[in-house]
Design a protein around this ligand. Structure first.
Ligand code: SF4
Ligand code: FES
Length: 246
């Protein structure tokens, strides 16, 4: 099927989202809650675009809009830019302690709004961390409470017994909202400190014992392989391939 995005005619597979089609063709649409590993979530609305069908024109979230008919898409119009500035201004008021949100707020030249500022917050509730924990970790975190009290945490804010300390949540968070500290003594996240395992080859701390046990259970990677960090494991594999090829 052929559609147009910003005057460019492109081929798409039915069901593909507008965001995927745009990015595959080098057209940039800004996102916050989208990650290529998990797809769109429709939470932040930053990826909003204008879609014209035979019958209507609407603003839609491009990360969750599947292309099932011939459409014309505009990714940047005065209306879209104004909507994005409003979204960023609202999210910045929600998470003013996030340096990332502050930069975005300045970059988009947003104007002050009258909403109450949430002084200590860095989270914009995009839920990327929850998705990462569901897909890579052990579903240890979720959105708790409701309304203005809503936030991401472990059940009852307690040290989670199912968390494996992989830190996928902190690594994926766009706004740096998740507290993570790592010292030779351990990795602390979500009110729990995990002992860290160091790589047998390079000596870098790279995982927690719980994380390695989890990986062994789900992938079968165990023994000496699980005691190497990703870099050293790749080097090991390359050396083995080279040896095999000689
Ligand atoms: S902690 Fe980060 S990743 Fe999780 S919902 Fe908040 S902003 Fe999104
Ligand atoms: S990136 Fe599409 S709604 Fe957040």
């Amino acid at each position: 099927m052929k559609i147009r995005i910003d005057q460019q005619e492109i081929d798409v597979n039915p069901g593909e989202t507008i965001l995927e089609a745009a990015r595959q063709n080098g057209i940039n649409i800004p996102t916050l809650c989208y990650h290529e590993a998990f797809g769109g979530q429709g939470m932040c609305r930053m990826c909003m675009v204008e879609v014209k069908t035979a019958h209507s024109t609407n603003l839609v979230a491009s990360c969750t809009y599947p292309i099932n008919e011939v459409i014309e898409v505009h990714t940047s119009t005065p209306v879209i830019e104004k909507a994005r500035r409003t979204i960023i201004a609202l999210l910045y008021r929600t998470a003013p302690q996030s340096e990332f949100m502050k930069k975005l707020y300045q970059e988009y030249k947003c104007v002050e709004n009258q909403l109450e500022i949430n002084e200590n917050e860095r989270c914009i509730l995009c839920r990327l961390c929850v998705r990462a924990c569901e897909e890579i970790g052990s579903s240890a975190i979720s959105a708790i409470l409701r309304g203005t009290e809503k936030r991401i945490s472990t059940p009852f804010d307690e040290a989670s017994t199912v968390c494996i300390g992989c830190a996928a949540c902190a690594n994926i968070c766009p706004t740096g909202a998740i507290e993570l500290s790592q010292t030779p003594a351990g990795r602390t996240i979500w009110n729990r400190t995990f002992a860290v395992v160091t790589c047998q080859r390079c000596g870098q701390a790279f995982a927690t014992r719980e994380q390695l046990d989890y990986i062994a259970q789900h992938t079968g990677i165990k023994g000496s392989e699980s005691k190497l960090c990703d870099d050293c494991r790749k080097k090991n594999l390359a050396a083995q391939i080279e040896q095999y090829a000689q």
